[in-house]
Design a protein around this ligand. Structure first.
Ligand code: NAD
Length: 338
C-alpha cells in the first residue's frame, strides 16, 4: 500500500475522543484519514480546523454508505454504536469502535453473526488500558510466574467524573451503564492478564451519588467474579466517588502481590512489614487514545494479530452483560459466551 498501492481510506464518526483516533490512523503509512463526521456542526468545524483538508459531514450515513471508505471509527454516544457498526459492516467496512461496543447482548450477538458471515471484515474496540505500560508489566509478572499461582484479583474503575452522568449525554441516553462504559476497561484487563474465563458473577449496586439527577441506573456497582481456574475477583465501578479518575488494582498470588498506586506499581514479595517493596515505575496510564489503531490497520492488512481481537471484545462484553443483569435483578448470573 505504501509502496504505490492504494492506501486504506479511513473516517472518524464522533469527534470527542474520536479526534484522538485521527492520529492513530495517520501514524500508519498504509492508511489515510479522508473524512470526519459529527452531528454537532460547531464541533465538526472546530475539529476540521485542526485537521485541514478533510471532508466534513454531519450525517453519519454519508460516511457509512460511502463505498470509497474502507475503515471507520465509531466514537459516538453508546446508544448509536449498534446501528452504526451494523451499517458499517453491512457496507463492507472495517470497524474500530469505541467501548462499550453495544448496550445489549442481542446487539452483540447480531454483530458477531454479521462478522462470521463476513470473514474479510475486522472489528476492534478501544480497550486502551491493555497498552498501559503499568498493566503490561503486571501481565509480564503473571506470565513469568513472579506472582506464583493467582489467588485473587481486584480492579476498579473509579470515574471521579460524576458530572458526566448528572449533566452530560451519558445521563440522558437510554440504558447507559457505568459497567459497560467504564467497567469494561478493567474487566478486559482481568481477562487479558489472566487468560482465564469468568464463569459467574454476583453484583450489587446503588444510586446514592446521582440521586435526584434523573440518572436511571446504579452509579455504584460492586461485582464478585468466579473464574474457571478457581481464581476469584472483584470489580468496583464507581461513577460517583469523590476521588480523581483512577484504576486501582491488586493481584494476590502465592508468591507475591502486585498493587497499583497512583505513583507507581508495587511488587510485594514478603509478609514482613519491615521489608521494602519493589517499585514498578512503568507509566500509568501512559497511553494516547489512538494507540491501538496502527495495530488494527496491520491486522486488516494481515500483517499482525490484533492486540484486541473480536473474541476479546465479546468475552469482556459477556461479563459486563452478566454483571448488569446481576445488580439489576439481585441474583448471581452465569456467563453466556457471545
Ligand atoms: N476508550 C476510551 O478510553 C474512551 C474515553 C472516552 C470516551 N470513550 C467512548 O467514546 C464514545 C464517545 O464519548 P466521548 O467522551 O468522546 O463523548 P463526547 O461527547 O466528547 O463526543 C462524542 C461526539 O459524538 C457526536 N455524536 C454523538 N452521536 C452522534 C451521531 N449519531 N452521529 C454523529 N455524531 C454523533 C457528538 O456530537 C459528540 O461531538 C463513547 O462511547 C465513550 O464511551 C472511550
Amino acid at each position: 500500500m505504501s509502496d504505490g498501492v492504494k492506501k486504506l481510506r479511513a473516517a472518524v464518526i464522533g469527534l470527542g475522543v474520536g479526534e484522538q483516533h485521527i492520529k492513530g490512523y495517520e501514524q500508519h503509512p498504509s492508511c489515510e484519514v479522508v473524512a470526519l463526521c459529527d452531528m454537532d456542526e460547531a464541533k465538526l468545524k472546530e475539529v476540521g480546523t485542526r485537521h485541514p483538508g478533510l471532508r466534513l459531514e454531519t450525517d453519519p450515513n454519508t460516511i457509512l454508505e460511502d463505498p470509497s471508505i474502507d475503515v471507520v471509527s465509531i466514537a459516538t454516544y453508546d446508544d448509536v454504536h449498534y446501528e452504526q457498526i451494523m451499517s458499517a459492516l453491512n457496507h463492507g467496512k472495517q470497524v474500530f469502535a469505541e467501548k462499550p461496543l453495544v448496550q445489549t447482548r442481542e446487539h452483540a450477538q447480531d454483530i458477531r453473526a454479521t462478522l462470521r458471515a463476513h470473514p474479510e471484515l475486522r472489528l476492534s474496540s478501544n480497550l486502551i488500558l491493555r497498552q498501559s505500560p503499568r498493566f503490561l508489566s503486571v501481565k509480564k509478572l503473571c506470565e513469568e510466574g513472579v506472582l506464583g499461582e493467582l489467588i485473587y484479583m481486584e480492579a476498579d474503575y473509579e470515574s471521579g467524573r460524576l458530572h458526566k452522568i448528572t449533566d452530560g449525554w451519558r445521563g440522558k441516553i437510554d440504558g447507559y451503564s457505568g459497567v459497560f462504559g467504564g467497567g469494561v476497561h478493567v474487566i478486559d484487563l482481568l481477562l487479558w492478564i489472566t487468560g482465564d474465563d469468568v464463569v459467574e458473577v454476583s453484583a450489587y449496586g446503588n444510586a446514592i451519588a446521582s440521586r435526584g439527577s434523573g440518572f436511571q441506573n446504579n452509579d455504584q456497582v460492586v461485582s464478585l467474579l468466579k473464574f474457571k481456574s478457581g481464581l476469584i475477583g472483584k470489580v468496583v465501578v464507581s461513577l460517583g466517588c469523590v476521588s480523581p479518575h483512577f484504576h486501582p488494582m491488586n493481584v494476590f498470588g502465592t508468591k507475591a502481590t502486585f498493587r497499583n498506586t497512583r505513583e507507581c506499581g508495587l511488587l510485594v514479595t514478603s509478609r514482613d512489614e519491615q521489608d521494602a517493596h519493589e517499585r514498578i515505575m512503568a507509566p500509568y496510564p501512559g497511553v494516547p487514545k489512538g494507540v491501538l489503531i496502527p495495530n488494527f490497520i496491520d491486522s486488516i492488512l494481515g500483517r499482525a494479530e490484533p492486540l484486541v481481537s473480536e473474541d476479546d471484545i465479546f468475552r469482556a462484553m459477556a461479563v459486563c452483560f452478566a454483571i448488569e443483569t446481576s445488580h439489576r435483578e439481585g441474583r448471581p448470573v452465569t456467563i453466556q459466551r457471545i
